[in-house]
Write a protein that binds this ligand. Structure first.
Ligand code: ADP
Ligand code: MG
Ligand code: ZN
Length: 485
């Protein structure tokens, strides 16, 4: 098989987390009675007039600014006509339309950066972000002979983010999608939950014979609902196109879906053209006019974004680049760590506790981080108690487990259970002597210096005898002193 070089571009749909729909006042509520939230506008009754949701526009602009886009102050609504049973209107209001005169999406020409495995930072262009409305939902599994229709989702505001064909491997595509999901979460414009379907990704992919050859013909794989499926679908399509090209045939442009069980991409239709949708400017609405002041006010609502937060964690708290990366993947985790670190004398050690203890427990915990009983301040206190030698790291793990169960303050647990570290030589030395007396042969060996492992043995025995409370540094010192006698 010849080697080909992939070219990949993504189209990402996300549901905006507004309270109401895109062009009417109907509430957005999932998992509720079917057809509960509908009105003449979202059902497309003749004569009903759409009015854009100001909050949705703000969210789209905030997202555009976070993705380094230019904002079009004179964006345009277009009508995309098609028939499908989940779309009673027979058209969708969007901001795209094939012809350049119709193409005024609210945001364009942005970029994101991803860090590749070898550490290099790669920039991926964002072609545009346009706003549109979602269709309703068909329910096929209520009866074997009929399908049902739920219009609650009709008119839910969506943003579609389109990347440039700058991506060069399935792994890079996953990194790009991860970064965009992260930015959606940080800016809080969308829940961006792929499992719930409020974020979905289409992958476009073509192959070419060398890295500077012109782009090949692409296929678009629709509705990938997880990072794994995105990566697998792209690999499956690379295999398929490789076989096609190796056989001297041409790839035909088409729209596909991915079957994860068969690990195969399957054609759903040959590529539709823009003219199939008979786009025209939406006659029920004027241009979406915004002002520079409006945009600047939205810019002020931008939070610290993941890349900036990651860098700050390294600079301000001295955590490693890797730890900072792990701690900023999820906005909530990053905020939790941030407020703990502000109260901690040794934030670098705190980072270890958050990553290897807290997050490990959270993985198993129903409700995730939000359900954790320990507050950031309490964990900071626990780590401070290690730093000032009140407790050993080992005892701290025991205290942590108790805190995780009960949400109790670490000081209270330590006091109640008598776990304070013993740093009094006169209390530790008798224990060391006892252990030596019980292990004379081993002590002789330790004294001779021939078996370096012996010291560890004695430290371990003393720690055990003291219930883990002896300060290990002091145990070491006392052992050395007695060996030199
Ligand atoms: P459409 O609206 O028909 O889906 P777009 O021009 O919006 O077409 O492009 C869709 C996506 O396809 C973009 O993400 C773009 O980066 C990607 N793309 C365009 N050309 C190619 C190509 N030759 N190979 C891979 N991806 C491509
Ligand atoms: Mg498309
Ligand atoms: Zn409505």
């Amino acid at each position: 098989m010849a080697k080909y070089f992939p070219v990949i571009g993504l189209e990402i749909h996300c549901q905006l987390s507004t309270r109401t729909k895109m062009f009417c006042g109907c509430e957005i509520e999932v998992n509720t009675t079917a057809n509960k939230h509908v009105c003449p506008v979202c059902l497309g009754m003749p004569g009903a007039m759409p009015v854009p949701n100001r909050k949705a526009v703000e969210y789209a602009i905030r997202l555009g600014l976070a993705l380094n886009c230019e904002i079009d102050l004179n964006a345009m609504w277009t009508r995309k006509n098609y028939f499908y049973p989940d779309l009673p209107k027979g058209y969708q209001i969007t901001q795209t339309g094939g012809l350049p005169v119709y193409d005024h999406p609210i945001c364009k020409n942005g970029w994101i950066e991803v860090t590749l495995e070898d550490g290099t930072v790669k920039r991926i262009g964002i072609t545009r972000i346009h706003m549109e409305e979602d269709a309703g939902k068909l329910v096929h599994d209520m009866s074997p002979t009929s399908s049902h229709f739920d219009a609650n989702r009709c008119g839910t505001p969506l943003c579609e983010i389109v990347t440039e064909p700058d991506i060069r491997s399935p792994e890079e595509a996953v990194l790009a999608l991860q970064k965009i999901k992260q930015i959606l979460e940080y800016t809080q414009v969308s829940n961006a939950n792929m499992e719930n379907g409020n974020m979905r990704c289409d992958g476009n992919i073509s192959l070419r014979a060398s890295e500077d050859a012109p782009f090949g013909t692409r296929c678009e794989i629709k509705n990938l609902n997880s990072f794994t499926n995105l990566e697998k679908a792209l690999y499956a399509e690379i295999m398929l196109q490789t076989v096609t090209l190796d056989a001297g045939r041409e790839v035909e442009q088409c729209t596909k879906r991915f079957d994860p069980n068969a690990n195969k991409t399957i054609v759903i239709r040959s590529k539709e053209d823009a003219h199939d949708y008979k786009y025209f400017p939406e006659p029920d609405m004027v241009r979406l006019v915004t002002s520079p002041e409006f945009v600047e006010n939205i810019r002020k609502t931008l939070p610290e974004l993941p890349d900036a937060r990651r860098e700050r964690f390294v600079n301000e708290y001295g955590v490693t680049a890797y730890d900072a990366q792990v701690l900023t993947i999820e906005r909530e985790v990053s905020e939790w760590f941030d407020s703990a670190a502000k109260n901690c004398k040794t934030p670098k050690i705190l980072a270890n506790w958050v990553i290897s203890e807290l997050l490990r427990e959270v993985k198993e915990l129903e409700g995730g981080l939000a359900a954790v009983k320990i507050t950031p301040e309490q964990l900071a206190t626990l780590v401070n108690l290690i730093a000032d030698n009140t407790i050993s790291g080992k005892i701290a793990k025991q205290v942590f487990a108790e805190m995780f169960e009960t949400g109790e303050d670490p000081e209270k647990i330590i006091k109640e259970k008598g776990l304070v570290q013993v740093t009094d030589v006169s209390a530790i030395e008798p224990i060391v002597r006892e252990v030596i007396a019980a292990n004379e042969k081993q002590f002789a060996e330790f004294k001779s210096g021939n078996n370096p492992k012996m010291k560890g043995f004695f430290v371990g025995q003393v720690m055990k005898k003291s219930g883990g409370k002896a300060n290990p540094g002091l145990v070491n010192q006392i052992l050395d002193k007695l060996a030199a006698e």
